[in-house]
Design a protein around this ligand. Sequence first.
Ligand SMILES: [Zn+2]
Ligand SMILES: [Zn+2]
Length: 278
Amino acid sequence: MEIKFWGVRGSLPAPGASTVRYGGNTSCVSIELDGDKILVFDAGTGIREMGKALGERNADLYILLSHNHWDHIQGYPFFLPLFKDSWNIHAFEIRQGKVMLCSLTEQMDTPNFPSSACLPRQYECRIDDNPMIYLKSKGFNISRIATNHPGGGFAYRVEHNGRSVVYMTDNELEPPSKKTTGFDEFTRFCKNADILIHDSQYLENDMPLKHGWGHSLVSQACKLASAAEVKHLVLFHHDPDRTDGELDVIQDNARAWFKKNGDNIQCTVAFEGLTINI
Ligand SMILES: [Zn+2]
Ligand SMILES: [Zn+2]
């Protein structure tokens, strides 16, 4: 599996001099399997660069959302493969609250977007109660678990050739309100994963103001990685105000914490362009 990070920021894009190294685009991660199938997790603004990099290939793209918030769908209208015939695109809506239409395409309706001027070709957009069943029929081994986030959402675990990746963003491990999923359940879901990509938007000094906003502390993501004994934690969904220098410190501190805790866990702060092969 080749895992690539195209957008690592949370909440909204954060371009500028202070974010140039880690990047300002919002959530988008691709996982390429066997060279002919690409899973795309979230369609934040990072998906635009991904679309340009993909070029023309006769392959299948499967787009799965963690949830429908803007920072996870907003790059989609600018995703070049939508306008090319060589790609077979399968997009999956997740039901969230009252939302019944596909959030990916709903944003392209007039008056939100000049879709009449540049209508993309038809493609498959499924609104399934459980897209996992459809993906299983296509040969994928993917499971999901509900996250603790306002409005709900899902995290995913992909297994392939004995390797595993968990994509778990917009998840508050210790929310002030009733949990949809508890820490022990998340630990079981992530157990022994090769890669855990986890929301780490906040630090202790962001609290108590942002407690309940649906995101985890860096320290909580580290504790989950430790409890689940994953091999590599990738800290993800950075706060838009977090500077490159601050993210360097976060990485140093997280690595020091694992060392002190006696964990043999690799830790990386996600940046645009990060590529991991497992
Ligand atoms: Zn988000
Ligand atoms: Zn969200």
